[in-house]
Design a protein around this ligand. Structure first.
Ligand SMILES: [Zn+2]
Length: 166
């Protein structure tokens, strides 16, 4: 496991506790929920009756996409049955679509839910051969890469969408 920084890194003291934690997007008192916005589906690159797939606003790794539910729920713990029953198949479809871009070593899947309270999964391609990016620091590497141009994000998103329908 490596980081995109030279060593030695310095361990810092943990921050103080923030309790109660501030509301996330989509929680009472928080910012509006993006996937629940009336025009959210207009921004999807692919959708079916339950799920929609979206390009990132910005990324350092072309091919990163996020999958979200049409219904508002937070996580696996409160996932309605029809979503639980279809998540594995749709996640497999996204993984195959991202892999089909080529030069993808592995597709990482992340669920954090720290910013928004509406269920979403990130699919992030680890470039083929970039073993220094393998493991849990891929998002740190992603942040350290030059930003992919918006045109390229959209072009790659179209390829992923086409592969979803193939
Ligand atoms: Zn929502």
């Amino acid at each position: 496991m490596t980081l995109p920084y030279l060593e030695p890194l310095t361990l810092k003291e943990p921050a103080g506790l923030t309790i109660p934690e501030p509301p996330r997007r989509g929680e009472e008192g928080g910012e509006p929920c993006f996937p629940c916005a009336p025009d959210a589906r207009d921004h999807a690159i692919w959708a079916d009756d339950l799920w929609s797939l979206h390009n990132p606003g910005q990324t350092g790794l072309a091919g990163s996409v996020w999958l979200t539910s049409r219904a508002h729920f937070d996580s696996f713990a409160d996932m309605p049955e029809e979503y639980a029953a279809t998540l594995g198949a749709v996640a497999g479809k996204v993984e195959r679509a991202v892999s089909s871009l080529g030069d993808v070593g592995r597709v990482h899947v992340y669920r954090w839910g720290e910013g928004g309270a509406h269920f979403h999964l990130w699919f992030v391609p680890r470039p083929l051969g970039r073993l220094d990016m393998a493991g849990p620091f891929l998002p740190v590497w992603e942040d350290a890469q030059p930003l992919v141009a918006k045109d390229e994000i959209e072009a790659v998103g179209q390829k992923i969408a086409a592969a979803m329908d193939a």
